[in-house]
Design a protein around this ligand. Structure first.
Ligand code: NAD
Length: 493
């Protein structure tokens, strides 16, 4: 097992992965990928040319024609190989996630667990996939039945904050049903996925063309989605981009899963077990430095809960130890990008201008050892009202807006008035309160005494309103996205 700092210092120019081979892009445009704790360049990322995207899709399509003929038990054997490779190297990959993204090692290990869990779930494809219906004699001598078919080449476009887990929300299911994929990882954190592909190439020996990888900016995503041999896109990222892609796939008549941005509320009732609730809230608000679509970012204490939760929460938040995730004793890493840090600082300014009270100020905090990293401490705003920008927009950083509610109904109304509907949490010891909350809150993922409502792979990943566009959700539900039903009406004479 690699030791703390045994990650490579620089991964050089990342190569595209097309038809089972690593190919250097002919682009002249390279983007820099950083270690955000140190502000050091660790790789150069090609902005793939349209003709190279075309090659990747063509390779995926050729591979699909054979792969769809490969019997399911054989396909599943390849998924077992993928699982083995990820298990064998999970620690090493987790360290590269820390290096390129900045999250803590435990958070990166959690990400790897979730990626692997999706492969394990897809291995059960023969049990999971609806196997069809058969009805005899719908007319004299005529039978009617349904078969599920793979659709060809899918595009997978992923965000910076979970560089390995998110592509694996989709890849295993696509392969399990007989599709092939072209993946475009985030240009900000492409290194961990690049490493996964290198390991799969060396050790899993998948048939060439099953997984192809192109890198680059939004324009690469656009040419991938527009390619006539791509049947659809599984996208995870921000709401403006998701909405633009939704329009585009509508014009093109393609399928889409689009998981988007969030603004999540955590409601604390006076009867909550505060000793357990507060640490749970801390990890929900500040885990991954607040860069999680399931992170809560608005804290809503109801009535007397305010005094029981807010002072202790603020105190605990102030003690989070900032640092580089590959060092010991680090609770919170840097922001993943300098731009992200600037965005957070901008929102803090806006919060102050709009009259909120910054009762914990994390600005300017950084570990002595890493003066150049994109660090910021935890921030807590109190006296926030729902009309303030910081209460409505996705900040995607370690900034908490506290809004007091007098009743549970008021708290629920606040959540339902948000443009987003990704996740929400409730802390209480009352079953009746929890039930009411579950029934009335309009979000896709709900945590009851759970701060990060992350669905396991064998459940769909929810999302509503501007946090999700499409019909079918991610993880196991994506089996429906990667296949379609064919209805056969059959007569023999
Ligand atoms: P982003 O939207 O900036 O980028 C996501 C991906 O889309 C990247 O690979 C990017 O290169 C690509 N892209 C950008 N413009 C494109 C275009 N026009 N066409 C095609 N592809 C394009 O998001 P990000 O900053 O990387 O990720 C953070 C966002 O993702 C946050 O809003 C967060 O809430 C959201 N997120 C949502 C979920 C979820 O499940 N709902 C999970 C993780 C992250």
């Amino acid at each position: 097992m690699a030791l703390a700092h045994e990650v490579m210092e620089n991964y050089g120019r990342l190569k595209l992965y097309i038809d089972g081979e690593f190919v250097e892009s002919e682009t002249s445009q390279y983007i820099k990928a950083f270690n955000p704790a140190k502000d050091e360049v660790i790789a150069e990322v090609p902005n793939t040319l349209p003709e190279e995207v075309d090659k990747a899709v063509e390779a995926a399509y050729e591979a699909y024609l054979k792969w769809r003929e490969t019997p399911i038990p054989t396909r599943v054997q390849y998924l077992f190989r993928i699982k083995e490779v990820l298990e064998r190297h999970k620690e090493e990959i987790a360290r590269i996630i820390v290096q390129n993204h900045g999250k803590t090692l435990d958070e990166a290990r959690g990400e790897m667990r979730r990626a692997i869990e999706n492969v394990e779930t897809a291995i059960g494809v023969a049990y999971l996939l609806e196997k069809g219906e058969y009805l005899e004699n719908i007319a004299k001598g005529i039978d009617e039945y349904l078969v599920r078919e793979p659709l060809g080449v899918a595009a997978i476009i992923s965000p910076f904050n979970f560089p390995v887990m998110v592509p694996f929300w989709f890849i295993p299911y696509a392969l399990a049903v007989g599709d092939t994929v072209v993946v475009k990882p985030s240009e900000i954190t492409p290194v961990p996925f690049h490493w996964v592909i290198k390991l799969l190439h060396e050790e899993a020996k998948l048939p060439p063309g099953l997984i192809n990888v192109v890198y680059g900016l939004g324009n690469v995503g656009e040419s991938l989605i527009s390619h006539k041999k791509v049947f659809g896109v599984a996208f995870v990222g921000s709401t403006p981009v998701a909405r633009a892609i939704y329009k585009r796939v509508g014009e093109l008549g393609k399928k889409a899963i689009l998981q988007a941005g969030a603004k999540n509320f955590a409601v604390v009732m006076p009867d909550a077990n505060m000793d357990r609730t507060i640490p749970n809230l801390i990890s929900s608000f500040f885990g991954n430095t607040g860069q999680r679509c399931l992170a809560n970012s608005v804290l809503v204490p109801v009535g007397e809960a305010y005094d029981k939760v807010v002072p202790k929460f603020r105190e605990m938040a102030s003690q989070l130890r900032l640092g580089y995730g590959l060092d010991e004793d680090v609770d919170m890493g840097p922001m993943a990008t300098r731009k992200g840090l600037e965005r957070v600082l901008k929102y803090i300014d806006i919060g102050l201008e709009e009259g909120a009270k910054l009762t914990l100020d994390g600005r300017g905090k950084k570990p002595e050892k890493y003066p150049n990293g994109y660090f910021i401490g935890a921030n807590v705003f109190e006296e926030v009202t729902l009309d303030m920008t910081i209460a409505r927009e996705e900040i995607f950083g370690p900034v908490v807006s506290v809004i007091r509610a007098e009743t549970l109904d008021e708290a629920i109304e606040m959540i339902n008035s948000s443009q987003y509907g990704n996740a929400s949490s409730l802390f209480t010891s009352s079953g009746a309160v929890a039930r009411k909350f579950r029934r009335e809150v309009n979000v896709g993922n709900l945590g009851i005494n759970v701060g990060v409502a992350a669905p396991m792979a064998f459940f769909p990943f929810g999302g509503r309103k501007e946090s999700f566009f499409g019909v079918v959700h991610g993880q196991v539900d994506s089996l429906d996205f990667f296949t379609d039903k064919k209805i056969v009406i059959e007569r023999w004479w």
